[in-house]
Design a binder for this molecule. Structure first.
Ligand code: NAD
Ligand code: DAU
Length: 352
Protein backbone atom coordinates (compact mmCIF):
# COMPACT_ATOMS: atom_id res chain seq x y z
CA UNK A 1 0.00 0.00 0.00
CA UNK A 2 0.92 3.65 -0.21
CA UNK A 3 0.70 6.31 2.51
CA UNK A 4 -0.74 9.65 1.39
CA UNK A 5 -0.56 12.67 3.70
CA UNK A 6 -3.11 15.46 3.24
CA UNK A 7 -5.43 13.22 1.22
CA UNK A 8 -8.59 15.11 2.27
CA UNK A 9 -7.40 18.40 0.73
CA UNK A 10 -7.86 19.61 -2.83
CA UNK A 11 -5.03 17.84 -4.68
CA UNK A 12 -4.71 14.97 -2.17
CA UNK A 13 -8.37 13.96 -2.49
CA UNK A 14 -8.22 14.18 -6.30
CA UNK A 15 -5.10 12.01 -6.12
CA UNK A 16 -6.72 9.38 -3.87
CA UNK A 17 -9.79 9.15 -6.13
CA UNK A 18 -7.61 8.91 -9.26
CA UNK A 19 -5.27 6.39 -7.66
CA UNK A 20 -8.11 4.03 -6.70
CA UNK A 21 -9.61 4.43 -10.18
CA UNK A 22 -6.31 3.31 -11.75
CA UNK A 23 -5.04 0.73 -9.21
CA UNK A 24 -6.09 -1.88 -6.72
CA UNK A 25 -3.31 -0.93 -4.33
CA UNK A 26 -4.77 0.41 -1.04
CA UNK A 27 -4.18 3.93 0.25
CA UNK A 28 -3.61 4.88 3.86
CA UNK A 29 -4.72 8.51 4.08
CA UNK A 30 -3.30 10.54 7.00
CA UNK A 31 -4.89 13.96 7.38
CA UNK A 32 -5.47 16.11 10.46
CA UNK A 33 -8.48 17.79 8.78
CA UNK A 34 -7.65 21.45 9.10
CA UNK A 35 -10.19 23.87 7.59
CA UNK A 36 -8.83 22.72 4.17
CA UNK A 37 -9.48 19.00 4.77
CA UNK A 38 -12.93 17.83 3.72
CA UNK A 39 -13.97 14.19 3.91
CA UNK A 40 -16.93 14.96 1.62
CA UNK A 41 -14.34 15.04 -1.19
CA UNK A 42 -13.84 11.32 -0.54
CA UNK A 43 -17.52 10.33 -0.32
CA UNK A 44 -17.12 8.16 -3.46
CA UNK A 45 -14.64 5.88 -1.64
CA UNK A 46 -16.27 5.94 1.81
CA UNK A 47 -17.24 2.27 1.58
CA UNK A 48 -14.15 1.24 -0.39
CA UNK A 49 -11.96 -1.09 1.68
CA UNK A 50 -8.89 0.06 -0.28
CA UNK A 51 -9.15 3.51 1.33
CA UNK A 52 -8.11 3.66 4.99
CA UNK A 53 -8.47 7.06 6.61
CA UNK A 54 -6.67 8.09 9.80
CA UNK A 55 -7.17 11.52 11.30
CA UNK A 56 -3.81 12.69 12.61
CA UNK A 57 -1.05 15.27 12.50
CA UNK A 58 2.16 14.79 10.52
CA UNK A 59 3.93 16.62 13.38
CA UNK A 60 3.04 13.72 15.75
CA UNK A 61 6.20 11.58 15.52
CA UNK A 62 4.81 8.64 17.52
CA UNK A 63 1.65 8.50 15.43
CA UNK A 64 3.54 8.63 12.12
CA UNK A 65 6.05 5.95 13.19
CA UNK A 66 3.25 3.76 14.52
CA UNK A 67 1.35 3.98 11.22
CA UNK A 68 4.45 3.14 9.18
CA UNK A 69 5.15 0.06 11.34
CA UNK A 70 1.51 -1.05 11.32
CA UNK A 71 0.72 -0.58 7.62
CA UNK A 72 4.23 -0.98 6.11
CA UNK A 73 3.68 1.16 2.99
CA UNK A 74 6.02 0.87 0.01
CA UNK A 75 5.84 4.64 -0.55
CA UNK A 76 4.97 7.90 1.21
CA UNK A 77 3.34 10.61 -0.92
CA UNK A 78 3.51 13.86 1.00
CA UNK A 79 0.78 16.37 0.09
CA UNK A 80 -0.10 17.67 3.58
CA UNK A 81 0.65 21.38 3.96
CA UNK A 82 -0.75 24.75 4.72
CA UNK A 83 -1.20 25.96 1.15
CA UNK A 84 -2.78 29.42 0.92
CA UNK A 85 -0.41 32.36 0.39
CA UNK A 86 -2.81 35.00 1.84
CA UNK A 87 -3.20 32.97 5.05
CA UNK A 88 0.59 32.66 5.31
CA UNK A 89 0.86 36.45 5.27
CA UNK A 90 -1.68 36.82 8.08
CA UNK A 91 -0.38 33.92 10.20
CA UNK A 92 2.88 32.27 9.18
CA UNK A 93 3.21 30.10 12.31
CA UNK A 94 1.02 27.23 11.07
CA UNK A 95 3.01 27.17 7.82
CA UNK A 96 6.32 26.74 9.62
CA UNK A 97 4.83 24.11 11.90
CA UNK A 98 3.24 21.88 9.25
CA UNK A 99 5.35 22.56 6.17
CA UNK A 100 8.76 22.62 7.89
CA UNK A 101 8.43 20.73 11.19
CA UNK A 102 5.81 18.36 9.80
CA UNK A 103 8.00 17.43 6.81
CA UNK A 104 10.98 16.98 9.15
CA UNK A 105 8.94 14.67 11.42
CA UNK A 106 7.75 12.65 8.45
CA UNK A 107 11.28 12.35 7.03
CA UNK A 108 12.71 11.17 10.35
CA UNK A 109 9.98 8.56 10.75
CA UNK A 110 10.28 7.44 7.11
CA UNK A 111 14.06 7.17 7.36
CA UNK A 112 13.86 5.06 10.54
CA UNK A 113 11.22 2.78 8.97
CA UNK A 114 13.17 2.54 5.69
CA UNK A 115 16.43 1.58 7.48
CA UNK A 116 14.66 -1.41 9.01
CA UNK A 117 13.43 -2.78 5.66
CA UNK A 118 15.21 -5.61 3.83
CA UNK A 119 17.39 -4.64 0.85
CA UNK A 120 14.77 -5.37 -1.80
CA UNK A 121 12.09 -3.35 0.03
CA UNK A 122 14.61 -0.55 0.65
CA UNK A 123 15.37 -0.31 -3.04
CA UNK A 124 11.69 -0.22 -3.95
CA UNK A 125 10.71 2.37 -1.31
CA UNK A 126 10.00 5.99 -2.33
CA UNK A 127 9.32 9.23 -0.43
CA UNK A 128 7.61 11.56 -2.91
CA UNK A 129 7.43 15.18 -1.79
CA UNK A 130 4.76 17.32 -3.47
CA UNK A 131 6.00 20.89 -3.77
CA UNK A 132 5.37 24.10 -5.66
CA UNK A 133 6.84 26.36 -8.32
CA UNK A 134 6.62 29.28 -5.87
CA UNK A 135 9.97 28.23 -4.33
CA UNK A 136 11.69 29.74 -7.39
CA UNK A 137 10.36 33.25 -6.73
CA UNK A 138 9.02 35.66 -9.31
CA UNK A 139 9.81 36.01 -13.04
CA UNK A 140 9.99 39.18 -15.15
CA UNK A 141 8.11 39.33 -18.47
CA UNK A 142 11.07 38.17 -20.61
CA UNK A 143 12.65 35.71 -18.16
CA UNK A 144 13.03 32.04 -19.01
CA UNK A 145 10.56 29.67 -17.32
CA UNK A 146 11.54 27.93 -14.07
CA UNK A 147 13.64 24.83 -14.67
CA UNK A 148 14.82 22.28 -12.09
CA UNK A 149 18.10 24.20 -11.79
CA UNK A 150 16.60 27.66 -11.23
CA UNK A 151 17.90 29.00 -7.88
CA UNK A 152 15.43 29.10 -5.02
CA UNK A 153 14.16 32.62 -4.17
CA UNK A 154 10.94 32.18 -2.18
CA UNK A 155 9.14 35.43 -1.38
CA UNK A 156 6.14 34.59 0.84
CA UNK A 157 6.02 32.79 4.19
CA UNK A 158 4.22 29.96 2.33
CA UNK A 159 6.85 29.59 -0.38
CA UNK A 160 9.70 29.97 2.13
CA UNK A 161 8.24 27.15 4.22
CA UNK A 162 7.85 24.94 1.14
CA UNK A 163 11.43 25.78 0.05
CA UNK A 164 12.66 24.76 3.51
CA UNK A 165 10.79 21.46 3.22
CA UNK A 166 12.31 20.81 -0.23
CA UNK A 167 15.79 21.35 1.22
CA UNK A 168 15.09 18.93 4.07
CA UNK A 169 13.92 16.27 1.61
CA UNK A 170 17.06 16.77 -0.46
CA UNK A 171 19.26 16.52 2.64
CA UNK A 172 17.62 13.28 3.81
CA UNK A 173 18.54 11.74 0.47
CA UNK A 174 22.11 13.02 0.36
CA UNK A 175 22.89 12.36 4.01
CA UNK A 176 20.89 9.24 4.88
CA UNK A 177 20.21 7.75 1.44
CA UNK A 178 16.41 7.95 1.74
CA UNK A 179 15.03 7.35 -1.79
CA UNK A 180 13.24 10.64 -2.38
CA UNK A 181 11.55 12.31 -5.35
CA UNK A 182 10.35 15.92 -5.44
CA UNK A 183 7.79 17.51 -7.76
CA UNK A 184 7.47 21.31 -8.11
CA UNK A 185 4.14 22.08 -9.70
CA UNK A 186 2.41 25.22 -10.95
CA UNK A 187 -1.11 26.44 -10.02
CA UNK A 188 -3.73 23.70 -10.00
CA UNK A 189 -7.45 24.10 -10.65
CA UNK A 190 -10.37 21.68 -10.78
CA UNK A 191 -12.98 19.97 -8.58
CA UNK A 192 -12.87 20.18 -4.76
CA UNK A 193 -10.63 23.28 -4.58
CA UNK A 194 -11.37 25.31 -1.47
CA UNK A 195 -13.12 28.57 -2.46
CA UNK A 196 -10.38 30.78 -1.04
CA UNK A 197 -8.20 30.27 -4.16
CA UNK A 198 -8.73 32.46 -7.24
CA UNK A 199 -10.70 30.16 -9.58
CA UNK A 200 -13.23 28.61 -7.15
CA UNK A 201 -13.60 31.95 -5.32
CA UNK A 202 -14.48 33.75 -8.55
CA UNK A 203 -16.97 31.05 -9.61
CA UNK A 204 -18.65 31.02 -6.18
CA UNK A 205 -18.80 34.83 -5.89
CA UNK A 206 -20.11 35.25 -9.43
CA UNK A 207 -22.91 32.75 -8.76
CA UNK A 208 -23.77 34.62 -5.55
CA UNK A 209 -23.67 38.04 -7.31
CA UNK A 210 -20.77 39.15 -5.09
CA UNK A 211 -17.72 41.24 -6.16
CA UNK A 212 -14.86 39.40 -7.89
CA UNK A 213 -11.74 40.74 -6.15
CA UNK A 214 -8.75 41.31 -8.43
CA UNK A 215 -5.51 42.06 -6.58
CA UNK A 216 -3.47 45.00 -7.94
CA UNK A 217 -3.70 45.48 -11.71
CA UNK A 218 -4.78 41.89 -12.46
CA UNK A 219 -1.75 41.37 -14.71
CA UNK A 220 0.06 38.82 -12.51
CA UNK A 221 0.67 35.61 -14.41
CA UNK A 222 0.27 32.01 -13.28
CA UNK A 223 0.78 28.75 -15.20
CA UNK A 224 -2.46 26.79 -14.72
CA UNK A 225 -2.67 22.99 -14.72
CA UNK A 226 -5.78 20.82 -14.40
CA UNK A 227 -5.55 18.85 -11.15
CA UNK A 228 -6.09 15.49 -12.88
CA UNK A 229 -2.95 16.13 -14.94
CA UNK A 230 -0.98 16.87 -11.77
CA UNK A 231 -2.19 13.57 -10.25
CA UNK A 232 -1.10 11.75 -13.40
CA UNK A 233 2.34 13.40 -13.26
CA UNK A 234 2.77 12.27 -9.63
CA UNK A 235 1.87 8.69 -10.55
CA UNK A 236 4.47 8.75 -13.36
CA UNK A 237 7.17 10.20 -11.10
CA UNK A 238 6.44 7.59 -8.43
CA UNK A 239 6.60 4.81 -11.01
CA UNK A 240 9.61 5.83 -13.06
CA UNK A 241 11.20 8.97 -11.59
CA UNK A 242 14.92 8.79 -10.88
CA UNK A 243 15.65 8.70 -7.16
CA UNK A 244 16.99 11.98 -5.78
CA UNK A 245 15.69 13.98 -8.77
CA UNK A 246 13.21 16.84 -8.87
CA UNK A 247 10.63 17.21 -11.64
CA UNK A 248 8.90 20.47 -12.57
CA UNK A 249 5.25 20.00 -13.50
CA UNK A 250 3.29 22.67 -15.37
CA UNK A 251 0.56 23.33 -17.89
CA UNK A 252 2.44 25.28 -20.59
CA UNK A 253 -0.41 27.68 -19.92
CA UNK A 254 0.51 31.18 -18.75
CA UNK A 255 -2.50 33.41 -18.11
CA UNK A 256 -3.00 36.79 -16.45
CA UNK A 257 -5.43 36.80 -13.54
CA UNK A 258 -7.76 39.24 -15.26
CA UNK A 259 -8.00 37.06 -18.39
CA UNK A 260 -8.88 34.02 -16.23
CA UNK A 261 -11.61 35.97 -14.44
CA UNK A 262 -13.04 37.34 -17.71
CA UNK A 263 -13.09 33.83 -19.18
CA UNK A 264 -14.93 32.41 -16.16
CA UNK A 265 -17.46 35.26 -16.44
CA UNK A 266 -18.03 34.51 -20.14
CA UNK A 267 -18.54 30.78 -19.45
CA UNK A 268 -21.00 31.59 -16.68
CA UNK A 269 -22.90 34.01 -18.96
CA UNK A 270 -23.33 31.08 -21.35
CA UNK A 271 -24.04 28.27 -18.85
CA UNK A 272 -26.08 30.33 -16.39
CA UNK A 273 -27.95 32.82 -18.60
CA UNK A 274 -30.82 33.42 -16.12
CA UNK A 275 -28.43 34.96 -13.58
CA UNK A 276 -29.51 38.46 -12.45
CA UNK A 277 -25.90 39.65 -12.72
CA UNK A 278 -25.30 38.86 -16.41
CA UNK A 279 -22.85 39.87 -17.77
CA UNK A 280 -20.87 38.59 -14.80
CA UNK A 281 -17.92 40.85 -15.72
CA UNK A 282 -19.76 43.75 -14.09
CA UNK A 283 -18.81 42.14 -10.72
CA UNK A 284 -15.05 42.57 -11.33
CA UNK A 285 -13.61 44.79 -8.57
CA UNK A 286 -9.97 45.85 -8.31
CA UNK A 287 -8.75 45.67 -4.71
CA UNK A 288 -5.54 46.33 -2.76
CA UNK A 289 -2.65 44.14 -3.89
CA UNK A 290 -1.33 41.12 -1.94
CA UNK A 291 1.87 42.16 -0.06
CA UNK A 292 4.95 40.83 -1.84
CA UNK A 293 2.75 39.56 -4.71
CA UNK A 294 4.87 37.49 -7.14
CA UNK A 295 4.44 38.82 -10.68
CA UNK A 296 4.86 35.78 -12.86
CA UNK A 297 5.29 32.01 -12.54
CA UNK A 298 5.97 29.74 -15.50
CA UNK A 299 7.22 26.18 -15.60
CA UNK A 300 9.58 24.57 -18.08
CA UNK A 301 8.19 21.02 -17.99
CA UNK A 302 10.56 19.53 -20.57
CA UNK A 303 12.42 17.26 -18.14
CA UNK A 304 9.35 15.28 -17.05
CA UNK A 305 8.30 14.99 -20.70
CA UNK A 306 11.75 13.86 -21.84
CA UNK A 307 12.34 11.37 -19.03
CA UNK A 308 8.85 10.13 -18.25
CA UNK A 309 6.79 11.01 -21.31
CA UNK A 310 4.36 13.15 -19.29
CA UNK A 311 2.51 16.09 -20.82
CA UNK A 312 -0.76 17.65 -19.68
CA UNK A 313 -3.72 15.97 -21.37
CA UNK A 314 -6.28 18.68 -20.61
CA UNK A 315 -6.28 21.97 -22.53
CA UNK A 316 -7.10 25.07 -20.51
CA UNK A 317 -10.23 25.63 -22.63
CA UNK A 318 -11.59 22.17 -21.79
CA UNK A 319 -10.32 22.11 -18.19
CA UNK A 320 -11.80 25.44 -17.17
CA UNK A 321 -15.21 24.57 -18.72
CA UNK A 322 -15.18 21.23 -16.90
CA UNK A 323 -14.33 23.06 -13.67
CA UNK A 324 -17.08 25.67 -14.02
CA UNK A 325 -19.53 22.82 -14.79
CA UNK A 326 -18.36 20.96 -11.68
CA UNK A 327 -18.97 23.98 -9.42
CA UNK A 328 -22.40 24.57 -11.02
CA UNK A 329 -23.31 20.90 -10.49
CA UNK A 330 -21.93 20.83 -6.94
CA UNK A 331 -23.30 24.02 -5.41
CA UNK A 332 -24.32 22.16 -2.21
CA UNK A 333 -20.62 21.24 -1.73
CA UNK A 334 -19.66 24.93 -2.04
CA UNK A 335 -22.49 26.02 0.30
CA UNK A 336 -21.46 23.49 2.97
CA UNK A 337 -17.85 24.69 2.75
CA UNK A 338 -18.90 28.33 2.96
CA UNK A 339 -21.29 27.79 5.88
CA UNK A 340 -18.81 25.55 7.70
CA UNK A 341 -21.34 22.70 7.87
CA UNK A 342 -18.88 20.39 6.05
CA UNK A 343 -17.19 20.12 9.45
CA UNK A 344 -20.31 18.79 11.23
CA UNK A 345 -19.64 15.18 10.27
CA UNK A 346 -15.99 15.50 11.31
CA UNK A 347 -17.01 16.89 14.69
CA UNK A 348 -19.56 14.10 15.20
CA UNK A 349 -17.02 11.46 14.25
CA UNK A 350 -13.88 12.82 15.92
CA UNK A 351 -14.98 15.57 18.27
CA UNK A 352 -14.48 19.31 17.56
P1 NAD B 1 -5.00 22.01 0.63
O1 NAD B 1 -4.78 23.17 1.55
O2 NAD B 1 -6.25 21.96 -0.18
O3 NAD B 1 -4.96 20.66 1.47
C1 NAD B 1 -3.98 20.40 2.45
C2 NAD B 1 -4.40 19.16 3.24
O4 NAD B 1 -3.37 18.90 4.21
C3 NAD B 1 -5.71 19.34 4.00
O5 NAD B 1 -6.52 18.20 3.84
C4 NAD B 1 -5.26 19.49 5.45
O6 NAD B 1 -6.22 19.02 6.39
C5 NAD B 1 -3.99 18.64 5.47
N1 NAD B 1 -3.06 19.04 6.53
C6 NAD B 1 -2.66 20.31 6.84
N2 NAD B 1 -1.84 20.30 7.91
C7 NAD B 1 -1.71 19.00 8.28
C8 NAD B 1 -0.98 18.33 9.32
N3 NAD B 1 -0.23 19.03 10.19
N4 NAD B 1 -1.07 17.00 9.39
C9 NAD B 1 -1.85 16.29 8.54
N5 NAD B 1 -2.57 16.86 7.55
C10 NAD B 1 -2.49 18.20 7.41
O7 NAD B 1 -3.71 21.95 -0.29
P2 NAD B 1 -3.59 21.56 -1.84
O8 NAD B 1 -3.88 22.73 -2.67
O9 NAD B 1 -4.33 20.28 -2.06
O10 NAD B 1 -2.02 21.28 -1.93
C11 NAD B 1 -1.48 19.99 -1.63
C12 NAD B 1 0.02 20.04 -1.77
O11 NAD B 1 0.38 20.43 -3.10
C13 NAD B 1 0.69 21.05 -0.84
O12 NAD B 1 1.89 20.50 -0.38
C14 NAD B 1 0.96 22.26 -1.74
O13 NAD B 1 2.08 22.98 -1.29
C15 NAD B 1 1.23 21.57 -3.06
N6 NAD B 1 0.91 22.35 -4.27
C16 NAD B 1 -0.33 22.94 -4.41
C17 NAD B 1 -0.63 23.62 -5.58
C18 NAD B 1 -1.98 24.26 -5.81
O14 NAD B 1 -2.16 24.96 -6.82
N7 NAD B 1 -2.96 24.07 -4.95
C19 NAD B 1 0.33 23.69 -6.61
C20 NAD B 1 1.58 23.09 -6.42
C21 NAD B 1 1.84 22.41 -5.25
O1 DAU C 1 2.00 28.18 -7.96
C1 DAU C 1 1.53 27.14 -7.15
C2 DAU C 1 0.77 27.71 -5.99
O2 DAU C 1 -0.47 28.18 -6.50
C3 DAU C 1 0.54 26.71 -4.87
O3 DAU C 1 1.78 26.33 -4.34
C4 DAU C 1 -0.34 27.32 -3.77
O4 DAU C 1 -0.62 26.35 -2.78
C5 DAU C 1 -1.62 27.78 -4.40
O5 DAU C 1 -2.43 28.43 -3.43
C6 DAU C 1 -1.35 28.74 -5.56
O6 DAU C 1 -0.83 30.02 -5.08
P1 DAU C 1 -1.32 31.42 -5.69
O7 DAU C 1 -1.07 32.47 -4.69
O8 DAU C 1 -0.77 31.62 -7.06
O9 DAU C 1 -2.90 31.09 -5.83
P2 DAU C 1 -4.22 31.95 -5.54
O10 DAU C 1 -5.37 31.18 -6.12
O11 DAU C 1 -4.30 32.39 -4.13
O12 DAU C 1 -3.99 33.25 -6.43
C7 DAU C 1 -3.81 33.16 -7.84
C8 DAU C 1 -3.56 34.56 -8.36
O13 DAU C 1 -4.78 35.32 -8.23
C9 DAU C 1 -2.53 35.33 -7.57
O14 DAU C 1 -1.80 36.19 -8.46
C10 DAU C 1 -3.34 36.18 -6.61
C11 DAU C 1 -4.60 36.47 -7.39
N1 DAU C 1 -5.84 36.60 -6.60
C12 DAU C 1 -6.14 35.64 -5.69
C13 DAU C 1 -7.29 35.72 -4.93
C14 DAU C 1 -7.62 34.66 -3.90
C15 DAU C 1 -6.69 37.68 -6.83
O15 DAU C 1 -6.43 38.56 -7.67
N2 DAU C 1 -7.84 37.75 -6.09
C16 DAU C 1 -8.17 36.83 -5.13
O16 DAU C 1 -9.23 36.97 -4.46
Amino acid sequence: MILVTGGAGFIGSNFVLDWLAHNDEPVLNLDVLTYAGNLENLAAVEADRRHIFRRGDICDAALVSGLLEEFRPRAVLHFAAESHVDRSILGPGDFIRTNVNGTFTLLEAAQRYWSGLDTVAQQAFRFLHVSTDEVYGSLGPGDAQFSETTPYQPNSPYSASKAASDHLVRAWHHTYGLPVLTTNCSNNYGPYQFPEKLIPLVIANALAGKPLPIYGDGMNIRDWLYVGDHCDAIRQVLLRGRVGETYNVGGWNEQTNISIVRLICAILDELHPGSPVTPHEQLITYVKDRPGHDRRYAIDARKIERELGWRPAETFASGIRKTVHWYLDNQPWVSRVQSGSYRDWIDRQYGP
